[in-house]
Design a protein around this ligand. Structure first.
Ligand SMILES: [Zn+2]
Length: 148
């Protein structure tokens, strides 16, 4: 493993920072991971599907298969860098904001937007099964454009 000092010279990109973030998350900063991290975390907080990220990677001349994108997204998720928002069995978005919050799913646009955690109050939850505790509750409110 190469261990270069991170800030030994001025670098005009976020790469050193992302490399450090990946290392701290326990992931080896391979070229592909760093490139995908740059696409994911280079801008504002967002929700992205594997297919969308794949298209962005192609646009940025990052040559990765969709399978690699899926693997990397799940590795980032397991490392706590992303949070998965599963809409249904075949549709998931990956959220760069891992804090507790909820989501609207805009069915017409197939898009996810945030609902702040404190905008929903949850009561009447059942007891967790024996020997278990509730870790968190994710709410997805599905909406579509009103007809007429
Ligand atoms: Zn979100």
């Amino acid at each position: 493993m190469r261990d270069r000092p991170l800030f030994s010279r001025p670098v005009p990109s976020r790469r050193p920072c992302l490399t450090a973030v990946l290392r701290m998350a326990g992931l080896r900063p391979t070229r592909q991971r760093v490139a995908l991290a740059e696409l994911l975390f280079g801008g504002a907080h967002r929700h992205v599907s594997a297919e969308e990220l794949h298209a962005e990677a192609e646009g940025a001349q990052v040559n990765v298969s969709l399978a690699t994108i899926y693997n990397t997204l799940h590795q980032f998720q397991e490392a706590g860098l992303l949070r998965e928002v599963a809409i249904d069995a075949s549709r998931s978005y990956f959220d760069t904001d891992t804090s507790d919050h909820h989501h609207f799913y805009l069915e017409d646009e197939q898009r996810v937007i945030d609902i702040p955690a404190n905008a929903i109050s949850i009561s009447g939850l059942p007891e967790a099964p024996r020997g278990m505790e509730i870790t968190h509750v994710d709410v997805i409110v599905r909406v579509k454009r009103r007809q007429g």
